[in-house]
Design a binder for this molecule. Sequence first.
Ligand SMILES: *Cc1c(COP(=O)(O)O)cnc(C)c1O
Length: 379
Amino acid sequence: MTLKPITGAKIVNFGQLHRQYTALKGPIDAAIEQTLAESTFIRGPAVECFETSFANLIGVGHCVSCGNGTDALYIAMKSLGVKPGDEVIVPAMTWISTSEAVSQAGGIPIFCDIDAETNTIDPDQIESLLSENTVGIVPVHLYGHSADMKRIMQIANSKNLWVVEDCAQAHLTKFNGKYVGTFGAAATFSFYPGKNLGAMGDAGAVVTNDHALSIRMAKFARHGGLVKGTHDIEGINSRLDGLQAAILNVKMPYLPDWTKRRRQVAEAYNQAFAVINGLHSPTTSQNVDHSWHLFCVQTRERSALRDQLLQNGISTSINYPKALHQLPCYEYKSHSDEEFPNASSLANCGLCLPLYPELELDEIQYVIRHVLGFFNAEI
Ligand SMILES: *Cc1c(COP(=O)(O)O)cnc(C)c1O
């Protein structure tokens, strides 16, 4: 965007990663130095510590670390045996990794509309998309709100399908009091720098309670063998490196507090925006503990709101400007917006406001004031 903030405007950036680094500079620098001194760049103690700590945090038996969240999805699907012709149901509104991994594994991504309130895959539509070729479902806990795991698991169990939860945006989200990532056969996480738990480069992991599956996934990620020189299968090279693991180990203990802080910011936004007509503020299902990766409001006046906020120094983000069926790479599927009304509407109306644990109170109030101002609403 080329708009310039008006003079005297405060600057509230959509993301401010350097604040987290500044706060933890001492321990992060020390962890990096230690890794350099040990020169444990691939595998090594920090990676093993990360895998154990993350599995414990989520409450699962096994964590297989890997290069990024996209690889995590691919590793899970290859290890679950996706083969050419297999159909995997994915939400029509997500980051492209979800569908990309299905195609890369040789399968066919089948798009499903999202629920208008939770923005996650609509269980009613899943049933209508099942075919004799369906092998699995990949719910995405979009923006940090859990998908309806009860109904999704019921459908999957009754049809003998696997479920891989895409938890890239949902670290520490809970559904019915249980962490997401513990419901399906496996769950994938991203530690891309801007995620709720972020590395300082690319990083990812797959978690599972299935020991045999965890071994297949670990082997697949490491050239098909866990011991040097053994290649039981052909795999890929996708590893969490020692430096990223060391950084994640420093940050992980802070994640519960950061998540609480995100909830506080979201609550402040939601309370303030309740009075606005013309703005749909995000809702949280009663049985969900939201982790607020993104705070996505919806309005038909998105573009004008976005411009006015930017003129006042507030940057925002559109996640995502197109639903999957609207992307050039899926034109071959010849879908229409009518098939996915909720995903299409979110692509047209969704706008994500700054939300991160380091946001200061006066910045939250500044954002609120300018959103209310745009709609001529009172504080
Ligand atoms: C970020 C993200 C991914 C991919 O993670 P990377 O680490 O960037 O590869 C996958 N799915 C969703 C929903 C994401 O938001």
